[in-house]
Ligand binder design. Structure first.
Ligand SMILES: Nc1ncnc2c1ncn2[C@@H]1O[C@H](COP(=O)(O)OP(=O)(O)OP(=O)(O)O)[C@@H](O)[C@H]1O
Length: 296
């Protein structure tokens, strides 16, 4: 695999305190590396080095692909007084993106993230985290760096976020993230770098292919309120369509519960099949209709 970025002999000091010690680390194109370790182990500091947001006190950061496009997703993201399309439009403009290209990209991401374009001050934590990840994906980075992407999210938002990150990875973006949740590691990561007191304690490939068994359900005759209730099932991942027929992707182990709920609510199932990660036009970043209105 082609290497994207490497850290060689990196130390980071804050005053007299050494927070990272002699870090040798790299990431390849399309790879996903989970950075684990207890609180204060140095994960966020390492992510800042990887993203190029802070400089090593000693050692070097080498981009094997230059210039490397890196997207950074901070742990906390403010609820600003903008709609997501407005905010993302401004971010695109600041980053010098072409207006038409930005509109297409933002619309394609809204489709993938299934995000309503309402004021961010009214958004839930899960919705805000979607905007946070979208701002990092605007310029189609080769490397996405996320600081605890599931932190503070409820279980169904976590599952939805895992589904989105798997899709981002499947489209070829390398990902590295600090993480505490075992499910995120097993469903997404190829490798784990474990930090302890600022040193790499372990860095190795994970034994199994990251797996999140999913099913695609198509159904009709369900009231919109029931559709919203379906999202609260812990196995719900994301909508492909809320129209007629409605189509959703769920975790395989939750399929029976969700199908039962649909039938008991007066709906009819018209198709059930494994969802093996194939691309649909709704999640193709390169295409997508124009945003109606939406100043960019
Ligand atoms: N700007 C800074 N100035 C001084 N010390 C810092 C600074 N940033 C981080 N540290 C210290 O570096 C150490 C590692 O912090 P870091 O945030 O990287 O750990 P972490 O593994 O991400 O922790 P957590 O899981 O709690 O987020 C901590 O002891 C922290 O207090």
């Amino acid at each position: 695999m082609q290497e994207l970025l490497g850290l060689n002999g990196v130390h980071k000091r804050f005053g007299k305190s050494v927070v990272l010690h002699n870090i040798d680390w790299s990431i390849a194109r399309g790879e996903c590396v989970a950075i684990t370790g207890s609180n204060g182990a140095g994960k966020s500091t390492l992510l800042h080095m990887i993203a190029g947001l802070a400089y090593p006190s000693e050692g070097s950061r080498i981009e094997a692909v230059s210039p490397l496009r890196v997207g950074y997703v901070p742990e906390r993201f403010p609820a600003l007084r903008f709609r997501p399309t407005e905010y993302l439009g401004y971010m695109a403009r600041i980053q010098g993106m072409d207006k038409q290209e930005a509109r297409k990209r933002i619309q394609a991401m809204l489709n993938l993230f299934q995000l309503q374009d309402i004021m961010m001050t009214l958004c839930s934590k899960g919705m805000l985290q979607k905007v946070n990840i979208m701002q990092a994906l605007l310029r189609q980075p080769e490397l996405l760096v996320l600081d605890e992407p599931l932190s503070g999210l409820d279980e169904s938002s976590q599952m939805e976020m895992i589904g989105i990150l798997r899709e981002v990875k499947r489209q070829g973006t390398a990902i590295t993230m600090s993480v505490h949740e075992p499910l995120l590691i097993t469903s997404l990561a190829d490798r784990e770098t474990r930090l302890r007191l600022g040193r790499i304690q372990r860095d190795g490939m994970l034994e199994n292919e990251p797996v999140l068994a999913r099913m695609k359900l198509e159904f009709i005759g369900v009231h919109p309120d029931t559709m919203t209730e379906l999202e609260n099932n812990r196995g719900f991942l994301y909508w492909i369509s809320r129209g007629t027929p409605a189509s959703m992707v769920v975790e395989r182990q939750a399929t029976d519960d969700i199908v039962l709920y649909i039938l008991q609510s007066g709906g009819s199932l018209i198709r059930l099949e494994p969802k093996d990660g194939e691309m649909t036009s709704a999640v193709d970043f390169s295409t997508g209709p124009e945003i109606a209105g939406g100043e960019t």
